[in-house]
Each structure stands twice: as C-alpha cells, then as structure tokens.
Write a protein that binds this ligand. Structure first.
Ligand SMILES: [Zn+2]
Length: 63
C-alpha cells in the first residue's frame, strides 16, 4: 500500500478522503448508493485513485 509514488511530484505521502457524494446506479436514482473514497498526494493534491466504499451496494443493480 505504501509503495505508491505520486505521478506528478514523486511524493510518497498519501491520504484518503471523501466528498460524501454517493455514486448511484444509473437506473436507480433514489437508492442510497455508496460514497467515493479518494486517495490523493498530501504534497501536491494529485488524486491517484478513486474507489467506491461499498461496491457491493451497487452490484445487485448491474444485471
Ligand atoms: Zn504529488
């Protein structure tokens, strides 16, 4: 996990955060969805990855 290197500034310190905006299934507007977690460089702010906190919440709608 800590082997990450920022593609912009070569920094090695990363943090995680969320904007609390949920990703919702396209066809289920009113479902609660799942928030996104951003992994970003603590030096320059470059976002290295975005993941969904609970992908299983979305799985049941994909079929
Ligand atoms: Zn950086």
């Amino acid at each position: 996990m800590s082997e990450k290197i920022c593609s912009k500034c070569k920094g090695e310190d990363f943090g995680e955060g969320t904007d609390f905006m949920a990703i919702r299934p396209l066809n289920k507007k009113f479902s609660s969805g799942s928030i996104k977690i951003y992994t970003f460089c603590l030096n320059c702010g470059e976002v290295s990855s975005i993941r969904i906190e609970n992908p299983s919440k979305l799985r049941k709608y994909t079929d």
